[in-house]
Write a protein that binds this ligand. Structure first.
Ligand code: TYD
Ligand code: MG
Length: 447
């Protein structure tokens, strides 16, 4: 058989017949590695009869509940039998912790679990399990990185759920490249896919991500698996968000919110309350808005600090939200509301470390900047949302009713929102509504 080599980008998986210094696809330097592929033999294929859609029998998938409501929600009800799930996230964010935690409830429901670790020894896992109070007898631990051995062990043990921690440590002996390389990761994932589908075993694989946020090495991995979950969270902050970015068995609109505690990850049932915990009341530069994560409304505090510039150039800083958007909103404030921000330093921050990309928080950014500029506080039980346009208009945003209802639930008394959103409001209780057309009306009302 003739051997052929291809060059594969270890960042994005782009394949070329020759080596490049810079990847033409993701533009990273020095990422191409050589891979040997076997030239395919000539084979004859037979015809396969397609089935009529009408005749295909439908059946609902069997799901294994993890008994952790926040995780089940992201998985649209639980782990589908025979599915391959990828759990990605920064090293140290809590992937192994969460996966060990779900073993308890799944084991309690009588299902066998095989936890394969290529990163920790059996003793280390035992220590962690003790810390997390995991006592189930249904959990088997295997410290191994050789795919061939793991495959045989899975066939022999025949568990309901397999956890592979992590895919970057796994290797197949027949392949020359090192563990973590594109070809090893791809081969290992393919093997697990085959096992999952042929034996109807659910397999969860852990993948570490690089600092750019991509799965280390292979983006290819995402295409191969059924479901991709990502862990998000800030270093130094204890909350963690799990988001589905791909789900062949349900929606990708959900998030799960957790807090890392002494004894593992604990669900946060009410993220709004958590995000507003300890916020200052009655101080200038703070306002509360509601952003939608997936389908869940989360109340967040937007803070601004505006103070005279001591050097020639005013400084602007944005954390948790888009810098350019903040600069644009400040320009709108200068032009349309007459604020002289050119001689002031401005800092805008989403309290709690959340990252928000939604434009619905514009109105709160504008409100907080004005509040700090005027040194007057905004009613702490007032919630404000709406997108701000370049002419200073306040534009409608989706899911207004949900946002207002969330504020009502947490005891907010007033809500300032875009006029165009008012007619969509129905069941909102007794919260006072103030509809505004533009930022001038908004600013007049809140200060
Ligand atoms: P871990 O699950 O090992 O991360 P990953 O598998 O994603 O690399 O999480 C390790 C971090 O979590 C570590 O910094 C310690 C912390 N931790 C707790 O705070 N409480 C706990 O109960 C456990 C087990 C870990
Ligand atoms: Mg780990």
């Amino acid at each position: 058989m003739k051997l052929k080599s291809v060059y594969v980008c270890s960042e994005c998986g782009h394949e070329t017949p020759k080596w490049f210094g810079k990847c033409p696809s993701c533009e990273n330097y020095n990422t191409f590695v050589e891979e040997v592929v076997e030239k395919e033999k000539k084979v004859n294929y037979n015809f396969k009869k397609p089935e009529s859609l009408k005749e295909i029998k439908s059946m609902s998938e069997n799901r294994i509940s993890t008994k952790i409501a926040e995780l089940d929600r992201v998985l649209s009800g639980g782990i589908v039998e025979g599915s391959l799930i990828l759990v990605g996230g920064d090293p140290g964010i809590g992937k192994s912790t969460l996966l060990l935690q779900i073993c308890q409830s799944i084991g309690d429901s009588g299902k066998d679990i095989l936890y394969v670790s290529g990163e920790e020894s059996n003793r280390q896992i035992k220590l962690r399990a003790e810390r997390l109070s995991i006592t189930t007898e249904k959990l088997l631990i295997l410290s191994e990185t050789n795919i061939g051995i793991i495959e045989e062990s899975i066939r022999k043990v025949n568990p309901k759920l397999v956890i592979i921690d992590s895919i970057q440590t796994m290797f197949r002996e027949e392949i020359a490249s090192v563990p973590g390389s594109v070809s090893q990761v791809r081969e290992s994932t393919q093997t697990f896919m085959k096992i999952a589908k042929s034996l109807n075993i659910s397999i969860i694989i852990v993948g570490h991500v690089t600092k750019e946020g991509a799965l280390a090495g292979p983006k290819v991995l995402e295409h191969m698996v059924d479901t991709v979950l990502y862990f998000e969270g800030e270093k130094g902050m204890s909350y963690r968000i799990i988001r589905a970015v791909k789900n062949r068995f349900g929606s990708t609109n959900e998030i799960g919110v957790f807090e890392m505690k002494e004894k593992g990850l604990v669900e946060i049932k009410n993220p709004s309350e958590y995000m507003l915990l300890g916020r200052p009341l009655g101080v200038p530069g703070s306002s509360v808005t509601c952003n939608i994560e997936g389908t869940r409304p989360i109340l967040t505090e937007i803070q601004a600090l505006v103070c005279p510039t001591s050097f020639g150039m005013p400084r602007r800083m944005a954390s948790g939200l888009d810098y350019n958007r903040v600069v644009m909103l400040m320009a709108v404030l200068e032009k349309r509301a007459g604020l002289a921000l050119g001689t002031y330093d401005s800092y805008v921050n989403v309290a709690g470390g959340l990252k928000i990309t939604e434009t619905s928080i514009d109105a709160a950014v504008v409100a907080s900047i004005l509040s700090s500029y005027k040194n007057k506080f905004i009613d702490p039980y007032l919630m404000v949302f709406g997108e701000v346009g370049l002419t200073g208009e306040i534009r409608a945003v989706p899911m207004a009713e949900k946002r207002v209802a969330e504020a009502g639930k947490l005891g907010f008394k007033k809500c300032v929102l875009p006029k165009a959103n008012v007619k969509s409001l129905k069941n909102i209780g007794d919260i006072e509504i103030k509809a505004v057309n533009n930022i001038v009306e908004l600013l007049e009302f809140i200060i």
